[in-house]
Design a protein around this ligand. Sequence first.
Ligand code: MF3
Ligand code: CO
Ligand code: CO
Length: 294
Amino acid sequence: MPRDEHGNLVAGTVSPRRPIPASIPRPEYVGRAAPAPYDGDDIYTPEQVELIRESGRIAATAVELAGEAIRPGVRTDELDVIVHDYIVSQDAYPSTVGYRGFPKAVCTSINEVICHGIPDDTVLENGDIINIDVTAFKNGVHGDLSKTFIVGEARQEVVDLVDRTREAMNRGIKAVAPGRQINVIGRAIESYAKRFGYGVVRDYTGHGVGTAFHSGLIVPHYDAAPAFDQVMEVGMVFTIEPMLTMGTLEHPGAIAWDTWADDWTITTRDKALTAQFEHTLVVTERGADILTLP
Ligand code: MF3
Ligand code: CO
Ligand code: CO
């Protein structure tokens, strides 16, 4: 079924949409083709930051619950039920449901899927890796994070890719400080990834988040200097979410990707494995404060 004869993923069957109680406030884009243009900035008051942290805590707890259920034999749409039901139980809205038509409460991105995989009847197999990306909306603000999990036991080079992708995100977070340019983040991530010959995805980036799911502020994960020279300020909120790919030593740097017919699922063109980690954070006087912890 949802693997071809080479073991590569193929689209499965997506189950019907799960309802969300009408009492839970929706983001403005739900029921529309696209979000309204965002004209605010990326700076939040301490009170607003605490609301983003509350949304982030709900999203992070949902990721942990999904992670506890991950094992060979589980379908990705079972993980969606766990995430969806937990977020709704917290009187929050799963931000991806109805975002530009995305149908589910979580992105489940397995193996060569870089991002935006749709939960369906795909069955997890021993040795797979799966990224769980969740965003929750409550009190008018979003919190967004993701983690990559190993299904059962994987080869050491796969474990290394996952561990080093987490470390790449953490190095990006440590590069955050007021007065620095946004492009220092990607410089830290790419210089670390390059040591291992990993590719860095360029066409999907970190982003401003808060009142808007994607504010328009872009946070590259590669060394984009002198571009992306916006100066970080205390109270600025955005994500850092590097996607690293295995191999491609002959073409380090930007990596090629394909989109499935579902218009969402993004895979590496060479089907190389890819991992991702994401946090939402606020810039503080001392560096960064992560807002997406359980
Ligand atoms: N959470 C993803 C991000 O990190 C966005 C998912 S949009 C979706 O920005 F529609 F694909 F769910
Ligand atoms: Co995300
Ligand atoms: Co994000």
